[in-house]
Write a protein that binds this ligand. Structure first.
Ligand SMILES: N[C@@H](CCC(=O)N[C@@H](CS)C(=O)NCC(=O)O)C(=O)O
Length: 209
């Protein structure tokens, strides 16, 4: 398998999941300006829309969209426990998280990042995102991870996105200045996920530590 990625972006989530599961995959870095990979490929042939992540399977099939890739990887080895079984209520709960993260957090960051770059509309975009992080903080009051006691692919996704708000490894391009001050549950969760060996290895491999 090949995972196409851009450092410090949402593709960090499947990168973490590959590490968590001990799956073999080549990491192919994409240049978002030229759309060429570090192996000299034209990335637009892999994903005509140009964004990461994309997962190329052994037979050349390309899977796009982070939430689909995360679930595909988790289902390769259900014993790893990163996603509940298909058809169960818990699986729908996981999909609820993945959809929330994709639409409310991931795509909630984009107008804020544009606003920061443009120097306007920040006051409109930031409170919405802060409100959603406060909601996640409440959900974490009685559990260690989004789905309960165990780490899941939803935590990998949130970790990649949460970094855009505050992580020390961010470049100014991504910095949205969303802080978790006062959100003790989220801060605790962030520290817990950061300490996982698979997460640390992914950060090092992407040149973020
Ligand atoms: N709908 C896609 C969005 C992916 C996305 O926004 N990727 C960003 C990085 S987080 C990207 O590659 N941006 C560069 C670009 O759009 O050219 C998904 O959920 O996987």
């Amino acid at each position: 398998m090949k995972l196409y990625y851009l450092p410090a972006t949402c593709s960090l989530a499947p990168h973490i999941v590959l590490n968590e599961m001990g799956l073999e995959a080549s990491l192919v870095k994409v240049d978002h300006r030229t759309h060429r990979t570090d192996q000299g490929e034209d990335y637009l042939l892999v994903n005509p829309l140009g964004y990461v992540p994309a997962l190329m399977l052994e037979n050349g099939t390309v899977l796009r969209e982070g939430a689909a890739i995360l679930q595909y990887l988790a289902d390769l080895d259900p014993v790893a426990g990163l996603a509940p079984a298909n058809g169960t209520l818990a699986r729908y709960r996981l999909q609820e998280w993945l959809n929330f993260l994709a639409t409310e957090i991931h795509k909630g960051f984009i107008p804020l990042l544009y606003a920061v770059a443009a120097g306007k509309y920040v006051d409109t975009a930031r409170p919405k995102l802060e409100q959603r992080f406060a909601w996640i903080d409440q959900q974490l009051a009685d559990r260690d991870y989004l789905m309960g006691d165990g780490f899941s692919i939803a935590d990998a996704y949130l970790f990649a996105l949460a970094g855009w708000g505050q992580a020390a490894w961010l470049t100014s391009y991504y910095k949205a200045d969303i802080h978790f001050d006062g959100l003790a549950n989220l801060e605790g969760w962030y520290a817990r996920v950061s300490a996982r060996p698979a997460v640390r290895r992914a950060l090092v491999a992407e040149g973020l530590q």
